[in-house]
Ligand binder design. Sequence first.
Ligand code: TTP
Ligand code: MG
Length: 364
Amino acid sequence: MSDPVRKIIHIDMDCFYAAIEVRDAPALKDKPVAVGGRPDRRGVLSTCNYEARKYGLHSAMPSSQAVRLCPSLIILPGNMSKYRGVSHQIRETFHDFTPLVEPLSLDEAFLDVTETKECQGSATLIAAEIRRRIFEEHQLTASAGIAPNKFLAKVASDWRKPNGQFVITPPEVADFVRALPIKKIPGVGRVTAQKMSTLGMHTCGDMEAWSKVSLREQFGKFGERLYSLCRGVDNRAVQVDSRRKSLSVETTYPEDLFGFDACWRALEDLYPQFTRRFENVDSTLPVKSIFIKMRFSDFSITTIQKPFKTLSPEVFRPLCREGLKRSTLGVRLLGLGVHFQDEKTQPDALQLPLPFKEHFVEYD
Ligand code: TTP
Ligand code: MG
């Protein structure tokens, strides 16, 4: 017998950190507001409200560029413990509807409500009720996607942002994915999208014409996943015990990198992105090891790791040297990150200092 059709909700808070700041300082209402680092200290925006987005501002934009585009921008330093507190309370609300909750970061989670009896078992009504409660209890808005799997639910939660929800019912899946631009697929970044475009793939419908073997040839292991996703298929379960095993950031480069200097410069550029993600992570697990990932031009991957002692850009330097010894080919992708300790082992292992704490989902 085949499994019943699942009902998955993806909830994502709207401009989460900024929304909390505006809520707590009513004078900021209707003003462009960001949370992030100072423009004079090479800071970047963690996020900004929708008022600021009208000026083209977005997460990870250098704050100096942001104030040039929007001189009236108010940048606040942020308060992680407050955001964490709100996040945990919102999760409690999710648990009133299902035990199957998988938090992805402080402001996002998947819920499997296939067996939920509340709201006549309607996932659409459950999502609306959760958003209503979040607003009533926290004066914050959330957006939701409702679909038969995680991939589509995540795409759908972006469809009516902010403060909206969008449902994709099973009979609508085929038409929806056929028209879906490939850059909406989580894990497809700028470089991959560009490559797909040169191959004539602009929508999932275009990609459907490709065989699994050809997609694998072009995109490595990710190609196999793309084969399923472009058909709207994603069988991943909502994982309740989603204690993070690792956290990393990675980039595919428009041109292959050759030699230590080029790779090292690229890794130094990646490092601040890593620390930012770390700050948003909700993990209290200690770090076990640090690692670098390299994908060469033939798509082979190598990972170099060593036990964690301390965290700084410099500790990744010998790993970079080691990785480059493993191939003479150009490097098309670099990643760096940490593995977390299994909770059962070494409970007294080192904790990371506070500036380096959680969040990131890798689809690749
Ligand atoms: P997002 O959900 O990506 O963004 P958002 O909630 O601010 O806005 P949206 O309405 O588009 O969902 O991220 C959630 C929080 O994570 C965000 O408020 C701040 C933090 N964050 C960073 O610190 N750095 C980043 O690069 C990103 C993308 C998010
Ligand atoms: Mg959000």
